[in-house]
Design a protein around this ligand. Structure first.
Ligand SMILES: [Zn+2]
Ligand SMILES: [Zn+2]
Length: 267
């Protein structure tokens, strides 16, 4: 029942928790009458308080909490880069290479801070390539300057990614969260199956595996469940590409297999 369907007037339905208040809607999960005070909105649907807290209703909140403050692949990469740069910096400074050594020390510091999730490290990750590009340009190292320029573009895409913002415990919009959820949680098996199927074009053993994975992913698809399980198209594409690859490899390998059998029979 939507908000508009609840009758008003003296005969109107009352809120289950606040009988003095007229109901303004019903919970989408348990059907309880709600007043304005009790109404909670999750992903555009109206729920009562206890239902809104349930993990299957607020799957996006559960997803967000699972990634909140947890290192993403870029944070780990920054940590590894820092661990490699520290001995390199020491080596360069000992050898008297102060300019390159200072660049390495700066990168190591930023990498370490990024790994630890220090809030300023996001800005430092953007600033460091600019500093290094300018330093390289001043010394006349054109290629290095261009390289650091490209690194700045990568850094920009890293700090603006939803996953990285969740590591740094920054609030993200529901839309951003939903997009990330689709990538990571919405039947990821279908996407894996499609990658394996494309691999099957080059490596025949991958084609039957892709058909199996595609079939498995297809069996999981359920658009009416909540949250919905999608990617039917990707699962079907995996099966289609897998079958095509298998057929093409069969056509290519069959005559050779026949020749091999003939030779074995003669021998
Ligand atoms: Zn409810
Ligand atoms: Zn109420």
């Amino acid at each position: 029942m939507s908000v508009a369907d609840v009758p008003s007037g003296p005969w109107a339905a009352r809120c289950a928790t606040h009988p003095e208040e007229a109901a303004t809607g019903t919970c989408a999960r348990c059907g309880t009458f709600l007043c304005g005070l009790c109404t909670r909105t999750v992903l555009g649907r109206v729920y009562c308080g206890p239902c809104a807290e349930r993990p299957e209703v607020n799957f996006l909140e559960r997803f967000r909490l699972g990634l909140w403050g947890r290192r993403d692949a870029w944070a780990w990469a920054a940590g590894i880069a820092c661990a490699l740069l520290v001995p390199l910096t020491a080596f360069l400074l000992v050898r008297g290479e102060f300019a390159v050594g200072a660049g390495c020390a700066l990168s190591a510091g930023v990498g370490g801070a990024f790994f630890l999730g220090l809030p300023w490290a996001r800005h430092a990750l953007l600033a460091a390539p600019v500093v290094l590009a300018l330093g390289s340009a001043l010394r006349g190292w054109g290629y290095a300057a261009v390289g650091f320029g490209c690194l700045f573009v990568s850094a920009l895409s890293i700090v603006s990614s939803t996953r990285n913002q969740l590591f740094f415990q920054r609030e993200v919009s529901e839309k951003q969260l939903l997009r990330l959820w689709h990538v990571r949680e919405n039947n990821p098996l279908a996407r894996t199956a499609l990658s394996v199927a494309l691999g099957g074009v080059f490596l025949p053993v991958m084609a039957p595996l892709a058909i199996l994975l595609g079939g498995w992913a297809l069996s999981r698809v359920n658009p009416t469940s909540y949250p919905p399980v999608g990617r039917k198209g990707q699962a079907l594409a995996a099966i289609g590409v897998g079958v095509t690859a298998l057929a093409l490899w069969g056509l290519l390998l069959w005559p050779r297999l026949g020749g091999l059998l003939d030779r074995l029979m003669e021998g």
